[in-house]
Design a protein around this ligand. Structure first.
Ligand code: GDP
Ligand code: MG
Length: 139
């Protein structure tokens, strides 16, 4: 298991609102190194598969609509203790509950449109990275 890597997406709201540059600056300033990155748009099938763990939740349809409505930036980030440190950097799922200075506090709209994704375990980081990137796209 690669414990020094995590996976992120800058979600459609962050892209629409012009926050790509500011969020990447927060990420790199916090010591994360970008080892893979792409600008892409998820298909409905991609989003349903990526968020399959939430398929029974009442917001699943809304989540798929949101995540497919425009382009995203996806990336693999490297840093010691990457998963945990990145979750701390992005803040709570609901920006109203996120700590001051976190990416979601600064750039999220609400619990649904919360600007960024961050893997929640080393195992999911590896799975999510493999979902978005081939080995040849990681540097
Ligand atoms: P995360 O790990 O902090 O991203 O949060 P979760 O794994 O609980 O949820 C995944 C994503 O689903 C969140 O980042 C939100 O984009 C979305 N989401 C979570 N809760 C809600 C909700 O109550 N309503 C809606 N519409 N979306 C939600
Ligand atoms: Mg989650």
């Amino acid at each position: 298991m690669i414990s020094n890597r995590t996976f992120t997406m800058l979600k459609p709201d962050a892209v629409e609102n012009g926050h790509i540059g500011a969020i990447l600056e927060k990420i790199t300033s916090a010591g994360f190194k970008i080892v893979a990155m792409k600008y892409t748009q998820l298909s409905r099938r991609d989003a349903q598969e990526f968020y399959a763990i939430h398929k029974e939740r009442p917001f699943f349809g809304e989540l798929v609509n949101f995540m497919t409505r425009g382009p995203i930036v996806s990336a693999i980030l490297e840093k010691e203790n990457a998963v945990e440190d990145f979750r701390a950097l992005i803040g709570a799922t609901n920006p109203a509950e996120a700590a001051e200075g976190t990416i979601r506090k600064l750039y999220a709209t609400d619990i649904a449109e919360n600007a960024v994704h961050g893997s929640d375990s080393d195992e999911n980081a590896a799975m999510e990275s493999a979902f978005h990137f081939s080995g040849r796209e990681i540097y």
